[in-house]
Design a protein around this ligand. Sequence first.
Ligand code: WT7
Length: 650
Amino acid sequence: MSETLANLLQETRQFPPPAELVAAANVTADAYDEAADDRLAYWERQARRLHWSKEWDQVLDWSNPPFAKWFVGGRLNVAYNCLDRHVAAGNGDRVAIHWEGEPGDTRTITYADLLAMTSQAANALTELGVTAGDRVAIYLPMIPEAAVAMLACARIGATHSVVFGGFSADALTNRIQDASAKVVITADGGYRRGKPSPLKATVDEAVSRCPSIEHVLVVRRTGQEVAWSEKDVWWHETVETASTEHTAEAFDAEHPLFILYTSGTTAKPKGILHTTGGYLTQAAYTHHAVFDLKPETDVYWCTADIGWVTGHSYIVYGPLANGATQLMYEGTPDTPHRGRFWELVQKHKVTILYTAPTLIRTMMKWGDDIPKGYDLSSLRLLGSVGEPINPEAWIWYRENIGRGECPVVDTWWQTETGAIMISPLPGVTAAKPGSAMRPLPGISADVVDDQAEPVPNGGGGFLVLTEPWPSMLRTIWGDDQRFIDTYWSRFEGLYFAGDGAKKDDDGDLWLLGRVDDVMLVSGHNISTTEVESALVSHPSVAEAAVVGATDPTTGQAIVAFTIPRGHIDTEGDAGTALIAELRNHVAKTLGPIAKPRQIMLVPELPKTRSGKIMRRLLRDVAENRSLGDVTTLQDSSVMDLISSGMRSGK
Ligand code: WT7
């Protein structure tokens, strides 16, 4: 990585925060100095955002690295912090969730409602024999009961393991077995692209292979037929008939709150374990700092699914701990039409929007006219997460969704980090499109070379975290050794994030994607992200995915799969000319070494359900191999589309 081409990213634009935001910002520039003076004292102050029934004796116990303990001796209840205390403070009537179902049904749930629902679920789970420390699997669509189920587990000290509702019976089985879950909470089905899709049938298949499961708690969402066994109980017959009174008990700061499995495209999924006090502290603090949340006036919307860590930290725990009013949407962005998201922003006067680059690029591809048809003037802040955002997508987001006025916060973090680590502060940072800028106050990150030496400004290497942080994963469930091997063995004493990164001349950070996604072309390290960004900066390109394919002369060669924008003609000679133009465009932007050997014009790209491009499949196409496993593909017809709709040029 040290040989990364000098300054591949030539982005120099910079966007200072709007004056009104600076004047009223939740967090100001002093926070960096305060945290640098005394990092642990800084986190202690953030922990005091929460209600503790017993204060901690020690902020951080790092006597046995890499096993951290934060807020040692402290006791608190997560659900109490997300619900009861807001109701006790007189905010029971504040809307917690404006929920929109895909078919158009809606629900409005106040903090008092959410507390009552969570108390009922806590009572029902207790009745089903769930006690503190037990594991509960949650396999639900994006309905309010998903948040209620998580909060009810937290309330009684059960450790939840949310499994994304799009995963197969095999994936669900592995995850239930790995955690020996006792109960699974699911629904008859959920709505996806206008159709009810089954969930209960998948759970039945998994449960037949999971003897640890004693009960299946089923929410009725679609009303479709379901098979029924003696383990099954309906949510409306147990939870909705239970008492709405429940007294929350405090748990140790290090009590396990949840396990979340990282998808892992090859190896066995890793059960990332998060605990209570440190996790909630950082989730709440970052949501307050990065989104500048004003709970009385903001309407916040995070478009992630609850099955991913983004949904855990920035739909459930962070926003609710902060008393936010938020929008929760069940469906896909193109159902029943491609303006659905903007229609929802307009309807609920959303002020803060948090979404993913893949979605932004999809919206770019659908065209500027769609968002233009809606009133988006309520928006004041935009966030991005999940992968590097190309400068062009960043600018498109700011211009077309944020009226050219809203700050964009590009937030870098991982399932493992539990909460945002690197991001602009919206009232402080003059953000650069495509850069996550710098670690948040209280967070220590660096970019090192393969000898673990920090690289100078202008250099590139591996992103590492140099000090423990409150919401860090505590281990991999049941496998401490794998925890050590995966994250703490590459560089002594440093957390290895697995991402490549660059420091620019100002020391700001540019994330380059997973280090496995770096190509070695004629001895030069070139990041797939940089070539993708160069392609997307061309006006004819909506989206691009780049892979390194084995090449007899250069070691690896750059192969790009490119989706043209909607109106672009790619038939016959026009396609050939476009391909030639794009290859030259990359060479001009990044240097001749980065010129793709081959560019293919394609109608779609294969993505996992979490929106990550499946480079492995594209590499197979690029190297003319028969296609590997496509079971985690969001839509398996995409590969057919690619093979049939491909226009290729060398
Ligand atoms: C990986 C973690 C964190 C919630 C969603 C993904 C990539 C994430 C960014 C960003 C560049 C990013 C990294 C990271 N990533 N955010 N703002 N800029 N890359 O969670 O599935 O655990 O994936 O996503 O490669 O390591 P995850």
